[in-house]
Design a protein around this ligand. Structure first.
Ligand code: AMP
Length: 195
């Protein structure tokens, strides 16, 4: 097995959402990972954006590591097409393993599972538990309301501006993805046939 150029942990919805732009970015993220020699680490399910992301990564030639708690194998329809599928005992184990295997983290649109995972790696970063880049893709204005609320947290002095600076928020995948990988000290390796 060749070592992947980078390992990106992506959190996203187990549902597709309404706006077709969400499915589009999930596929585009997978395609970018696969066509730049990368490995996707994700929750291991076939539903919603999660399934589209992993399918696109595999199709573009990338490795996919899926990590799913045994209680969710049926509910989230565990994807046996993953290059590696780890069925673990608990949600805590899933999250720990996902974090350990990642060089950087990215949240796409999603629901409470996605929010929880994004906030957890962000808070871990500010506590110094890791120093890996954390990104948020704000596509079709999905996270506009969240960003406004976070700024209120700073204005009301429940948060510091430097805590906001620990996350990279962007609406353009083509710049956010390389930025995350490069700030992890790694280089995406475009495959000739993918250019
Ligand atoms: P959602 O964004 O709610 O569609 O969920 C996306 C993924 O997050 C799914 O794989 C969920 O199993 C997962 N998830 C839900 N709750 C949690 C949690 N507390 N910790 C970690 N993952 C979760």
């Amino acid at each position: 097995m060749t070592t992947p150029a980078f390992s990106l942990c992506v959190y996203c919805g187990s549902r597709p959402g309404v706006d077709p732009a969400f499915a589009e970015v999930a596929r585009a993220t997978g395609t970018w990972i696969g066509s730049h020699g990368g490995q996707l680490v994700y929750g291991g399910g076939r539903n919603g954006l999660m399934g589209l992301l992993s399918e696109a990564t595999l199709k573009a030639g990338g490795r996919v590591v899926g990590i799913i708690p045994k209680a969710l194998v049926e509910k989230e329809w565990a994807d046996d097409r993953c290059t590696e599928l780890h069925v673990v005992d608990t949600m805590h184990e899933r999250k720990r393993m996902m974090a350990e295997k990642a060089d950087a983290f990215l949240a796409l649109p999603g629901g409470i599972g996605t929010f929880e995972e994004f906030f957890e790696v962000w808070t871990w970063r500010q506590l110094g538990y890791h120093d890996k880049p954390v990104g948020l893709l704000n596509v079709a204005g999905y996270y506009d309301g969240l960003m406004t609320f976070l700024r209120t947290g700073v204005e009301q002095a429940f948060m510091n501006a430097w805590q906001m600076d620990l996350i990279r928020v962007g609406s353009d995948l083509s710049s956010l993805l390389p930025e995350l990988v490069q700030s992890a000290g790694l280089s995406p390796e475009p495959r000739i046939e993918a250019i």
